[in-house]
Design a protein around this ligand. Structure first.
Ligand SMILES: C[S@@+](CC[C@H](N)C(=O)[O-])C[C@H]1O[C@@H](n2cnc3c(N)ncnc32)[C@H](O)[C@@H]1O
Length: 261
């Protein structure tokens, strides 16, 4: 895809963590990260967060409040943790579709769903898994009731394109939800958080996933992600109205929501 957006509109596109890269190369680098860690991704989430990511995801799914019969699209859905929670929240009555750019991550998620007795077919009440880019989602306009993206948006090269795609696939009145890490501001907490992020997490990545660099990227990418008010403005610019956000765990994570009118 050619890079038609002016770079200042998507300043993150030039950054792979703290390293400056050509926007056209960024996605391949991100895909490399997730191909490397796919098999150890979920265990690493538990270890890094002490299990707290489960609470954040529970709060997220409660906010989405999927209803029976709705179609919910989980973009950058990775190994399907959020998708299975959304599916379970309606007793398997919602049509949940995962879309992620990483074939290895999607493969782990599909296998995990099958192991748990969930069909890979929407027609059979299961969860569908698609390999696709958040910037060009392989679904028709106005085809989903809710769009979710958890810990995914900061990995996307052009955030504004992804937000515009969210609006495109949502039906009028459809709901948008984003869960993402935030740069932490509180000075006391920030020092501790930085110490843990930069000293502990990459070492844990090396020990458990045999990949220090990928986890170094993950902690750096959080520092490059827009603050909640800036993201809210970009949601509105993309046509997602009434943006709201709430902080979880002293601002380590933010839950954003909006609507397609
Ligand atoms: C940190 S994981 C989050 C996975 C899952 N949502 C969760 O909460 O466990 C980020 C995911 O974003 C995916 N991703 C990165 N860039 C993407 C893009 N442009 N389009 C779709 N998915 C993307 C990665 O492949 C990875 O699976």
């Amino acid at each position: 895809m050619t890079d038609t957006h002016p770079p200042e509109q998507n300043p993150e596109a030039r950054w792979f963590g703290f390293r400056e890269v050509a926007p056209a190369e960024r996605s391949a680098k991100v895909q490399g990260v997730f191909a490397n860690v796919a098999r150890r991704y979920d265990i690493m989430n538990d270890l890094m967060s002490g299990g707290v990511h489960r609470v954040w995801k529970q709060v997220f799914v409660r906010a989405v409040r999927p209803r029976p019969g709705e179609r919910v699209l989980d973009v950058a859905g990775g190994t399907g943790d959020i998708a299975r929670r959304l599916h379970a929240a309606t007793g398997g009555q919602a049509q949940v579709v995962v879309c992620d750019i990483s074939e290895p991550m999607v493969g782990v998620g599909r296998d995990r769903a099958i192991d748990r007795g969930i069909s890979p077919s929407l027609a059979e009440g299961g969860i569908a898994h698609l390999v696709g880019n958040a910037e060009s989602i392989p679904l028709p306009d106005r085809s989903v009731d809710a769009y979710t993206i958890a810990f995914g948006l900061r990995n996307v090269t052009h955030i504004d394109r992804a937000l515009a795609e969210a609006r495109r696939v949502l039906r009028p009145g459809g709901r948008f939800f984003c869960l993402e890490f935030c740069p932490v501001d509180a000075p006391g907490l920030r020092r501790l958080y930085d110490l843990y992020s930069f000293q502990v997490i990459p070492r844990l990545g090396q020990l458990v996933a045999r990949d220090r660099d990928s986890y170094q990227y993950l902690v750096e990418s959080i520092r490059r992600f827009p603050e909640p008010p800036a993201l809210a403005e970009r949601m509105v610019a993309a046509g997602l109205s009434r943006p709201r956000w709430r902080s979880l765990s002293a601002g380590i994570v933010s839950l954003h929501s909006g609507w397609r009118t």
